[in-house]
Design a protein around this ligand. Sequence first.
Ligand SMILES: [Zn+2]
Ligand SMILES: [Zn+2]
Length: 268
Amino acid sequence: MKDFHIHSGLIEHTNDDIFSIAQKAKELGFTEITILEHISPFKIKYPGNSDPSNTIFADKISDSYTRRTSTVSVLIEQCKKAETEIGIKINRSLEVDYCESFEKDIEDYSKLDLDYLTLSSHYVEDPEADSENRLIHIGFAENTDYFLKKYGEEKLLELYFQNLMNGVSSGLFKYVAHLDFFGRILKDYEPKKVMKYVEPILEEIIKREMFLELNISQENPQPSLVIVEKYKELGGDKLVFGSDSHSVSDLVNSIEKRWKFVELVDVE
Ligand SMILES: [Zn+2]
Ligand SMILES: [Zn+2]
């Protein structure tokens, strides 16, 4: 049993430390886990709540930079220690908010002592906003509403998937998290209607031999099962579970969901 998406207590929205998570994972029968934290090379201010406590922002401000490097080095050090002491394979990763204009910063992350980088798309670029405030976190209803009112749903999908495609083809990542992330927020989301955007991305993921995550943190998995079917039809065979746990209890609770989905899709 493996889980490639577990957050630890290194940033403010999580509670449990790497050791207690690794210990519980071992007790539950996991043989391999990935511990990761959010990291963003940019600062987001607009509009609505971008919840800065969720993310390590590595921008130009030197204080944040110090915090970022110290947090990441603690993550690396603790993962290594827990791996030896507890006896479970622990991959070290960062959940990186991708944006094309920050590829250079992301390249720097890939030089750190991590196993791989996790591609994560939580943002859509507002084409009309000024350069300071152009990235909008679409995991918050007020932000998505703002975007939908201004540009409409089709534009949101188009920009979201274009960004994701750029991330996948950047070659900087090995793992794609919650592929249709906006499905958590968008009402009446119909995975079938995004297939024209999704299919070329899935092809690229397969070609590059990247891992595709089945994120089971919400009631409905991400990607949606229709997308998973398409992935398999195209020849994809690297679907893995990511619980997106933020605590030991999340990890425990993820087990039941895992059994539910393991019956539906053949996933490691
Ligand atoms: Zn995420
Ligand atoms: Zn996450």
